[in-house]
Each structure stands twice: as structure tokens, then as C-alpha cells.
Design a protein around this ligand. Structure first.
Ligand code: 9MR
Length: 635
């Protein structure tokens, strides 16, 4: 398969596709266009190529750390290396070399070459890589290139908040009245539960909206708030952890300057909601957590949260939700202890009650029924949720009963490092990562740590074998819903191996893996709003729906798009991406919810990994170890 070209493009002597300046490259007719399988509709130019038509030299459009790895990918059929030049902002060539042919890349169905310009270390802005006369988007080299992203990825959570007015002074352009605060059936203050005969209503106001919809789902809130609290914990336990950048006032939120690090204030907004989802004492199934609260049917786009007129419904409790509550409440008890003892103790009590309830009702599975007004989030294997919750309870309390549970769980020693990695429905890794990094006395902790390093080795091997440097390359060559979060979560495992071992190959792997998200991909796209040159800015959202209603804002800076998804489950993807090769299965359209949504569980690893990279400073120095986490709540 080979790309055909229009008049605006020409095959250069190197076999590269050169695009005339200002031209919209569109690939037409002739042979089957690269990236499209035989099943693709013939005739019209596939829309996918219009969404991925930048320079053929794909770089991290944000930048590289001075002493870190610097890699790029270029589409080329040439059988031998071709010359590349690195030009500075003044257009002067400051480094040069030959590309390395990497053959056919399955995920892009394209023949590619790799460029390694790591040897060039001079900080600056406006660099471009040039191959065959074609220049990449500009990028920076600097120790600070991730300093903005680490904060913006976290600031995202404030404008996702439910139950509170968003202050326009804190987020200019994003101010709005509080969503879902009415006392009536369209609010979250007294939501009746459905389907299970419970006779009460619950006040489940607050928390974050899940994504571009206005549902609030405990299992997805769980992994999201975990990752924020974990980012905070990492800043205290990892040798390169940068606690200073996570301080009080860092995120410009209403709670800034209250004496508590902003990342914890933000996490608390969600954790308070998760606590409200717990069945109260005295009611049937007390201690369990309701699975979700959502609209009784989908709202159309656009709909601002405060203008949602749908009826809110509380779904029955599930074991998975209950264990998410047990895990995050146990973790909250630990991380909030130095700041708010009463909140820490409230969380610990809730965690223990949730644990007991889950043990008593170990197989109340959420059906995955979306109820046509929200996400399903069904899960019929909760052995991983049990493991994660036991790990967090053990880390916080040190109690033998939890250690016993961990040791009896097959998840403790199972190979959990699957190629698709962890996510809201696969959470054993969260327990394993925390047992490895949070100070504790588990007798076999060394084995746990080794297992994390083994997982990282596997993801690193994938990354090295991949010409785009991504640690995510499913063997069935199909990209998933939320694929970018899988790239990032696999990087979390590699980063943790760096924190555990100090071995530079892991740090370098994380730096390289992030390049994919920020532009080193076949679509030449940064998937993070406001970062890079060609970035996603129409993510699926009911209230950042600027492309549908000019009075509404576009997604905020630092919002991650879900990314290429081979499933093409939405109508836009069905119409425009049929037959796409995996990396092409994306279009920046507000209605393309299967590939272009923004969510709380995808921005969390974006924030985590950005913070990790920002903490590496110039990419070559190991910082002195800070103090370990102190004051775990022991009972
Ligand atoms: O992230 C979820 C993904 O793993 C599932 O495959 C997909 C389909 O069930 O749903 C995703 O979650 C969506 C949720 O159901 C509703 N809110 C938006 C979420 C992201 O698209």
C-alpha cells in the first residue's frame, strides 16, 4: 500500500511526501491509499486524510527535555536512511544525520523511518526537523516544556465540577452557574434510586462530571481521584518527586490558599461525592456504594449542566462501586491525615464499612445498562477491585487482615501487565503500584516491586519496537476507546519502574512515549488542547461545545482527547473513518464521542505523566530524595 498524491503533493527523491506550503494535502485515487483497508469506501477522498495532513515529519510538537531522548517519525518508502536536519528558530542547521528505516508500521499501515536527535541538547524554541525539504511543526527544547501542561491537565477538573458555580475569574470564559443543584428531580440533592426497591433518596450533589456527559459514575470517579491522590503521593515518595509544584495555590481553584495542596482540594471535591454515594447506615445494603447517578435519557449537545432538564436517577449499588469507594476512601484517609484529621477518619470509617459490605455482597455486578442516558460501566469481574481495595486498606492501616487478603488473592502474583494496560475496569495494577511505592511492611514487597519492573520492561519493549515510540501496540492491531489513556497508563508503569530503580532507560521510555500524545503520530496531531501546533479542540462535550454554539467555550487548555479508536462507534466515525488503520481512526469533531471525548479518567494519567516528566527537569539529573510520606493513619 502506498499513498497516492494530488497536485499539491509530490513524491520526492527520498520517497517522502512533500506538501506544498499552505496546501491541504489530500490523498486521492490511484492505488489503495495508505491507512485504508480494502473495506474502505472507494471514490471520495477519505475524510481521515483531511484530519491528518500536516508535515510528514512527526515530532512532539510541545518539546523535548535537553538531556532526554529526542525522537521523530517520518513517512517514507525509501529503503535506506535519508538525510535530516535540525534547524533552529533562525533557520540555521544545528544538527543533521540520517533517518533509520523502520519498515511498515501496522498501526498506520505506512512505511516509516525514525529520527533520533538526542545528541542535540541546546535549549531553545522554534526548532524544526527537516527531511526532504519538508519541515516539521516547531517545537522547543527545555527543562520547562511540561511545566504548563502538568498544571493545565489538573486545572481541567475544576471546570468539570458539578454542584458548584464555576468562577469566571478563576477560569476566564468558563464561568457558569452550578449544575444539578435544584432540590427537584433535575438536581442531585435528593435523587431517588431506581430498580432495586430502595425507599430513600440520597443527596449526591458535587463531584466531577464524567466526561462530555453529565453522569457521575463511581467506578470511573474512583480511578480518576485515585490517580490525582497518587500523583500527590508520588511527589512525596519518589526520588524525583516535585512537591513544590503541587502546592497550595498551584491550580487557581476556590480552595487555593487554604493551607492544603490544591491537588488534594480538587481530589476532595470528588471524594466527598463518592462518600455520598454510600448507602447510609440503617438501610438495606448499608455500606455499599451506588453505581452511578445520571440523566434518565441523553441530553442533546449542547447542554450546559445548569440547563439540564432531564430527571436524575440513582442506580443500584454494585460491588465494583463499593470497592472503588473502599479503595479511594482508604487512600484519602492516608493522604488527608496531615491536613484534616476528621476528614481522614471519616474516609477510613467509610472505607471499612464499604469493605465489609463488599465482602458480604461480592457479586452484585453492574449490568452495564446505560439506561440510555449515561455510560454503562458494567464489570463482571471484581477480583481486581477487591485486590486494589485491600491494598489501599493495608497501606493505610497496616492491619494483618488486609495483608492476608492480598496474599490469598490470585491478583497478587498474576501477570496483570496486559498490553492494553490498566483502566477503570482493570484496577489490580493500582494496588500493585501502590504496594510498590507507598511505604509499607508487606513481607514480600520486594517481589511486588520486581513485578512492577517486569511490567515496565514489557511496555518498554513494546515502545522500543514501535516506530512511533508508543508503549501501546495491541497485537490484534485495534485501537481502543480511550487509546490515549492506555498509552499514558502504560507510561505510568514505566515511570514507576524509574521511581523504584533509578534506571535511566525507564525515564527515557516515559519521555519518548509521551511524544505520541503530543504529535508524533500518523495524524500529526497533539491530542491535548492548547499544546502543540495542530491540536484537538473540538472534543465531545455538552458545555465546551463551542463548535456548536459560539457562546460556549471550546475545551479548556490541557484537555486530552480519547484518541484513535478502531471501533468507530459513533456516527461521525462511521461516516468518515470506515476501514481506517488504527492510528487514523480519529477525527476532531464534537460529535465523534467514541474517539474524541474528554474524560476525568483520561486527564488523570495525562496530569500524572506530565508531572513525572516535568519533575525530570533537564532529563538527565537525579534529584536528591525528599522525605518519605509520614503520618499514615494507623488503627
Ligand atoms: O471509557 C469508556 C470505555 O472504556 C467504554 O468502552 C465506552 C463504551 O462503553 O465507554 C467509555 O466511557 C464513557 C462513558 O460510558 C460515558 N461517559 C463518557 C465516557 C468516555 O467516552
Amino acid at each position: 500500500m502506498r499513498a497516492a498524491v494530488t497536485a499539491a503533493t509530490a513524491l520526492t527523491a527520498t520517497g517522502l511526501l512533500a506538501v506544498a506550503p499552505g496546501a491541504t494535502a489530500a490523498y486521492a485515487d490511484a492505488a489503495e491509499p495508505a491507512g485504508v483497508s480494502a473495506a474502505a469506501p472507494s471514490g471520495a477522498v477519505p475524510e481521515m486524510y483531511r484530519s491528518g495532513t500536516g508535515p510528514e515529519v512527526r515530532v512532539n510538537q510541545v518539546g523535548y527535555l535537553p538531556d532526554g531522548p529526542k525522537n521523530a517519525t517520518v513517512a517514507s518508502d525509501a529503503g535506506t536512511g535519508v538525510p535530516w536536519q535540525l534547524r533552529n528558530a533562525a533557520g540555521k542547521t544545528v544538527a543533521s544525520g540520517l533517518t533509520t528505516p523502520r519498515g511498515m508500521d501496522a498501526a498506520s499501515a505506512q512505511s516509516v523511518h525514525a529520527i533520533d536527535f538526542s545528541a542535540y541538547t541546546t535549549p531553545g524554541k522554534g526548532y524544526r526537523l527537516v527531511v526532504g525539504g519538508e519541515a516539521s511543526h516547531p517545537f522547543a527544547i527545555g527543562a520547562d516544556v511540561y511545566d504548563g501542561l502538568r498544571q493545565d491537565a489538573l486545572k481541567f477538573y475544576y471546570t468539570q465540577r458539578s454542584g458548584i458555580a464555576i468562577d469566571d475569574r478563576l477560569r476566564p470564559g468558563y464561568g457558569r452557574p452550578a449544575g444539578h443543584v435544584s432540590a427537584g428531580e433535575t438536581g442531585d440533592r435528593a435523587v431517588p434510586c431506581v430498580n432495586n426497591g430502595c425507599d430513600y433518596t440520597l443527596n449526591v450533589a458535587g463531584g466531577w462530571y464524567d466526561a462530555g456527559d453529565q453522569g457521575k459514575y463511581v467506578v470511573n470517579g474512583g480511578i480518576s481521584v485515585y490517580q490525582l491522590m497518587n500523583e500527590f503521593e508520588r511527589s512525596r515518595t519518589a526520588p524525583t518527586g516535585g512537591a513544590a509544584k503541587l502546592g497550595d495555590g498551584a491550580l487557581a481553584i476556590p480552595e487555593s490558599h487554604n493551607g492544603v495542596p490544591d491537588i488534594l482540594d480538587e481530589a476532595r471535591w470528588e471524594q466527598e461525592f463518592l462518600l455520598r454515594m454510600q448507602v447510609p447506615a440503617g438501610k438495606p445494603l448499608a455500606g455499599m456504594a451506588h453505581h452511578k447517578v445520571q440523566d434518565d435519557s441523553w441530553t442533546t449537545l449542547p447542554t450546559r449542566p445548569d440547563q439540564d432538564t432531564k430527571k436524575r436517577v440513582l442506580y443500584p449499588p454494585s460491588t465494583a462501586a463499593t470497592l472503588n469507594l473502599a479503595a479511594t476512601a482508604a487512600q484519602a484517609a492516608r493522604v488527608f491525615a496531615p491536613y484534616d484529621r476528621a476528614f481522614a477518619e471519616r474516609n477510613l470509617a467509610a472505607a471499612k464499612a464499604a469493605w465489609a459490605a463488599a465482602k458480604a455482597h461480592p457479586s452484585m455486578y453492574a449490568s452495564g445498562d446505560s439506561g440510555s442516558g449515561g455510560g454503562g460501566y458494567g464489570d463482571t469481574d471484581v477480583s481486581d477491585e477487591f485486590y486494589w481495595a485491600a491494598a489501599e486498606l493495608y497501606l493505610t492501616t497496616g492491619e494483618q487482615q488486609y495483608a492476608d487478603f492480598l496474599h490469598a488473592s490470585p491478583q497478587h502474583t498474576a501477570d496483570i501487565w496486559s498490553e492494553r494496560g490498566f483502566g477503570w475496569d482493570h484496577v489490580a495494577a493500582l494496588g500493585r503500584l501502590d504496594l510498590a511505592t507507598v511505604p509499607n511492611n508487606l513481607p514480600d514487597r520486594d517481589a511486588v516491586r520486581r513485578s512492577v519492573v517486569q511490567g515496565a520492561d514489557r511496555y518498554l519493549a513494546t515502545l522500543r519496537a514501535n516506530p512511533y515510540g508508543t508503549p501501546y501496540a495491541p497485537s490484534d492491531n485495534r485501537y481502543d476507546w480511550g487509546s490515549n489513556s492506555m498509552v499514558l497508563n502504560n507510561l505510568v508503569v514505566i515511570a514507576t519502574a524509574y521511581d523504584l530503580t533509578g534506571d535511566a532507560k525507564y525515564r527515557d521510555g516515559v519521555l519518548q512515549g509521551m511524544d505520541y500524545v503530543l504529535g508524533r503520530n500518523v495524524l500529526d496531531r497533539s491530542y491535548v488542547t492548547g499544546y502543540g501546533t495542530n491540536y484537538s479542540h473540538n472534543q465531545h462535550s455538552r458545555w465546551y461545545a463551542h463548535s456548536l454554539d459560539k457562546r460556549l467555550p471550546a475545551p479548556p487548555k490541557g484537555a486530552l482527547a480519547g484518541g484513535a479508536n478502531s471501533g468507530n462507534e459513533d456516527d461521525v466515525a462511521k461516516a468518515k473513518l470506515a476501514g481506517c488503520a488504527p492510528q487514523y481512526c480519529y477525527v476532531d469533531d464534537v460529535m465523534a464521542f467514541a474517539g474524541n471525548e474528554l474524560t476525568i479518567n483520561w486527564n488523570a494519567p495525562l496530569a500524572w505523566v506530565s508531572a513525572f516528566i516535568s519533575d525530570q527537569r533537564d532529563g538527565g539529573v537525579r534529584e536528591p530524595a525528599p522525605a518519605q510520606v509520614t503520618n499514615p493513619v494507623r488503627r
